[in-house]
Design a protein. Structure first.
Length: 389
């Protein structure tokens, strides 16, 4: 991988950048992998306005990424594949390379601030860069003893077969990876989202991804808490139920707000199969007495009990903001549901590409079978592999 000239200054620990970093002392790193996630960030690059995270941007070309950067936005590190001389269209070319590359971890080890406590990774799974880099990035943070939480954006139904092949492989590799905690978002549902923010202004399409990231940043212990639940119950795949900017005076209750979240899912799944829930609420400090944590927890528990039976529910301490509104954000991260239908659709669409990759010995049949077994579609895949092509 290559880094930009400005990034070299970071790696060389230049005095001016050291002073800036020491003032903010960020303890978290956020890694954006692929053009789509990077451009999502750059639409609103100050989503982490208090500077609590180091931004790392990874795509095919570091020069191209630099051309996208708005004036005044300075990422910690920009990495591109242009000097690696590898094809980046498919996951099977990228994954072996990034697994052996230590540019990211070497840079973070030299970070002149406090020890990193958490990492958030945002990746598009339909391209080779995102699908091949995500599993490796998770492993690298584990080696650094840093908890990581990954946001993975699935391809649109109208994207071609190569997108679904990359996404299926990325999910298989990620679920095989120790310490993986993955939040799945459907690109089609993401781009059709409609809601409002805390000011009552519209949120349209994938702007909700910025809003979601901002909520993650607002809770310092978020990554540690969600990954702890993930490890305790061996649950690696989550998806969100999200209601934003909901006026308490209009909705009247937490339960009514949660009902509204079902109208705008970001992944198609069966709520009755959910077994784990992590809840995060952001609201005005003036409402603290009206909606204490205990009351919120009971309201969410009562609401979800009517939908499914949980093994665990964790409602974290709310995030309080200083504003004069009555608007509440509620994020429920749920796990335990099945994504078999999605996976089998991806497998069907990408069957010819998978067979071709195996014939060319770019993918080993036993490796692919191992990934599919981890995803719970091993029997279907085995039958597919034995069928004439």
């Amino acid at each position: 991988m290559t880094d930009s000239p400005s990034d070299s200054n970071v790696l060389e620990n230049s005095e001016s950048q050291n002073e800036t970093l020491k003032k903010t002392l960020p303890k978290q790193v956020t890694v954006y992998i692929g053009e789509y996630p990077i451009k999502l960030l750059l639409k609103q690059p100050y989503v982490d306005a208090e500077g609590r995270t180091l931004n790392v941007l990874i795509d095919k070309s570091s020069d191209e990424i630099r051309r996208w950067l708005p004036k005044g936005f300075k990422p910690y590190l920009v990495l591109g594949f242009e000097d690696a001389h590898i094809e980046t269209h498919f996951w099977y070319n990228v994954f072996p390379f990034v697994s052996q590359d230590h540019t990211l971890t070497d840079s973070l080890k030299k970070k002149p601030t406090e020890k990193l406590s958490a990492a958030i990774i945002v990746a598009s799974l339909w391209d080779g860069v995102g699908s091949g880099s995500l599993p490796s990035a998770i492993s690298k943070f584990k080696a650094l003893d840093v908890d990581s939480f990954s946001v993975a954006i699935l391809p649109s139904k109208i994207q071609p077969a190569d997108a679904h092949f990359n996404a299926l492989a990325a999910l298989g590799l990620t679920v095989k990876t120790d310490a993986a905690t993955l939040l799945l978002l459907d690109r089609d549902l993401l781009e059709s989202y409609k809601g409002v923010n805390r000011n009552g202004s519209p949120i349209k399409g994938n702007q909700i991804a910025d809003y979601l990231a901002n909520l993650f940043f607002s809770k310092e212990t978020f990554v540690q808490e969600i990954t702890e639940q993930s490890r305790a119950f061996n649950a690696k795949i989550y998806t969100p139920l999200f209601v934003t900017g909901a006026s308490f005076n209009i909705y009247g209750s937490i339960e009514n707000m949660l009902d509204a979240s079902l109208l705008r899912p970001l992944l198609s799944f069966d709520l009755s199969k959910v077994s784990l829930l992590y809840g995060l609420v952001r609201m005005p400090a003036s409402m603290k007495d009206k909606l204490p944590r205990a009351k919120i927890e009971l309201a969410i528990a009562s609401w979800i009990k009517q939908k499914t039976t949980l093994k665990s529910i964790h409602i974290t301490e709310p995030v309080y903001v200083e504003d004069a509104s009555d608007r509440v954000d509620i994020l429920l991260l749920v796990a335990g549901f099945e994504i078999t239908e999605i996976l089998l659709d991806y497998e069907k669409k990408s069957k010819s590409l998978r067979s071709r990759a195996m014939q060319r010995k770019l993918v080993k049949k036993e490796d692919w079978q191992s990934m599919m077994n981890k995803l719970g579609i091993g029997k279907e895949e085995a039958a597919s592999a034995q069928a004439p092509t």
